[in-house]
Design a protein around this ligand. Structure first.
Ligand code: MSP
Length: 510
């Protein structure tokens, strides 16, 4: 089965922060999990380089938008391997192949009769590159997201006949539809459509930094239409000489933050319908990572508010896996949630080091101490079977709906179960009694096998550490098919350095 997952393409007006890393990590967990299931996966991320947000930032720095893009794209690219992210392609909207295809598709939308010339007047936020309704602009005409004054804009440009898709969108977002997940965001999109759709500007007359409009070269396309199309154009040129569109379009999941819900759940499907293209299967909307300010109030982490947790710093100290785990464990995927350095340290120590890390070291160390690293061929304790065997299926069911939080919960249960099992069996006590050698054999074999299954199921979240653990367990098959109790009982187990060592923050920060 084809599985195509995307992240938003990020504006190159500044360096990436943890908010951007968040969506990308989530997409990577899905991509890795689906590869483990043997699905045909394509995972796309990239950068959004046109439009006001980038043009304005470049102007402030006294360089061209292209120079700014070329410089900042490197930060976004560099972050990916550091996060352990396995995207199959990285698209830049300044790629000429993208530009050409945007012109083709939007020309088609024009030729299909969905574009007309008009005048727009409204309150505009240059950071969002979006017009605000009177209600959103409020009485003081400020952007509710960026808290900056809005501009009153009046412009002659080309309009996209969004209103013509009112009924199609009502159908797409109907009560029983899973086009937008989770449900509360589907309702938000529905409520927006229910107010009645107005046509929207497709082009900008004043801005120069963008893709030029083939039928009116004085104008450029409004950055959002150019940007949304990346999800389709990338497939056509990601692999030279191999157009992947047939194989992967429509996308399985677009992952996005709730700030860009309207564009992805309303404009985007309408644009695709207007172009005669199939709409994506699902848009999964997540909440914001919030940071507490000095007075304890939580805000969306964002460049303009200056309250960002620098992912590069966290990565330098702890590596990718703890960060991947932390953001997906701490914040329920689909809701807003606070993150903090203190919260990070607590989860690192409490769950990664003390639960998972400790389980792995105890099991490998006991096998080394009591059985020279040889896993006894003693049969497995049936008591663990049901719970261990149920895990992979539960994780699959949750991740089929991009439910990353319950999936990780399910994957974590056997870690706790195995820790309880160690306590209940107390292998150190069994080891003292030669009469109980058989019992000890079986306990150790069951633990090694349980640990192997845990490591496979958790690998999408903790790819590097689980690989090390699976190496120590001598596991060959790392697909999800082998996440069954008894599928590949380890033969020999190597000693293992602590997976989540204590970090001395004073030294690390120095
Ligand atoms: N360029 C547009 C998206 C175009 S997609 C066709 C854009 N870029 S952005 O750089 O502002 O990135 C927005 C996305 O970054 C959000 O939708 C979300 O995925 C992620 N996040 C940025 N800040 C975030 C948080 N504080 N918390 C969670 N995610 C956040 O909008």
């Amino acid at each position: 089965m084809a599985f195509y997952v995307t992240t938003p393409i990020y504006y190159v007006n500044a360096a990436p922060h943890l908010g951007h890393a968040y969506t990308t990590i989530a997409a990577d967990v899905l991509a890795r999990h689906m590869r483990q299931r043997g699905e045909d996966v394509f995972f796309l991320t990239g950068t959004d380089e046109h439009g006001e947000p980038v043009a304005l930032a470049a102007e402030r720095e006294g360089i061209t938008p292209r120079e700014l893009g070329d410089r900042n794209v490197e930060h976004f690219r560099a972050l990916l391997p550091q996060l352990g992210v396995t995207n199959d392609f990285f698209i830049r909207t300044s790629d000429p192949e993208h530009e050409r295809r945007v012109q083709e598709v939007l020309q088609r939308v024009h030729d299909n009769g969905h574009v007309y010339k008009g005048t727009y007047e409204g309150w505009y936020c240059p950071r969002c590159a979006d017009f605000k309704s009177d209600q959103e602009a409020g009485e003081d005409h400020r952007c509710p997201i960026h808290q900056i004054p809005l501009d009153r804009e009046r412009e002659d440009n080309w309009f996209f006949r969004l209103s013509a898709f009112q009924e199609d969108l009502e159908r797409l977002l109907a009560e029983d539809s899973d086009f937008v997940l989770p449900r509360h965001f589907r309702n938000e999109a529905r409520a927006f459509v229910a107010q009645g759709l107005h046509d929207v500007s497709l082009t900008r007359a004043r801005l120069k930094w963008g893709i030029s409009v083939p039928w009116d070269p004085d104008q450029v396309f409004y950055v959002w239409f150019d940007a949304l199309l990346n999800y389709v154009t990338a497939l056509a040129f990601a692999r030279e000489g191999d157009d992947l569109t047939e194989r992967f379009w429509p996308a399985t999941f677009h992952l996005i933050g709730k700030d860009i819900l309207k564009f992805h759940t309303v404009y985007w499907p309408a644009l695709l319908l207007a172009a005669g293209l199939p709409v994506p299967q699902h848009v999964f909307v997540h909440g914001f990572l919030l940071m507490r300010d000095s007075s304890g109030v939580e805000h969306k982490m964002s460049k303009s508010l200056g309250n960002v947790l620098d992912p590069f710093e966290v990565l330098a100290t702890y590596g990718a896996d703890p960060l991947r785990f932390y953001v997906l464990r701490e914040v329920s995927f689909g809701q807003d949630g606070g993150v903090s350095t203190a919260g990070f340290a607590a989860r690192y120590e409490g769950e990664l080091a003390n639960e998972l890390g400790n389980l792995a070291s105890r099991v490998t160390a006991m096998l080394a101490r009591y059985r020279d690293g040889e896993v006894p061929r003693a049969g497995l304790d049936p008591e663990l079977r049901e719970e261990i065997d149920a895990t992979a299926g539960q994780v699959c069911a949750h991740l089929d709906g991009a439910q990353l939080t319950p999936a990780l919960d399910a994957a974590w249960q056997p870690v706790r179960r195995l820790n309880r099992y160690v306590e209940e069996r107390a292998p150190w006590a069994l080891a003292k009694d030669p009469q109980r050698a058989g019992e000890l054999d079986r306990t150790l074999a069951s633990l090694a096998e349980g640990l192997r299954v845990v490591a496979i199921v958790l690998a999408p979240w903790l790819p590097d550490t689980m690989d090390r653990l699976l190496d120590a367990l001598g596991a060959q098959d790392r697909t999800l098919a082998s996440a069954r109790y008894g599928a590949e009982v380890p033969g020999r187990v190597e000693r293992l350095a602590p997976l989540f060592p204590k970090v001395d923050l004073d030294t690390a920060a120095a």
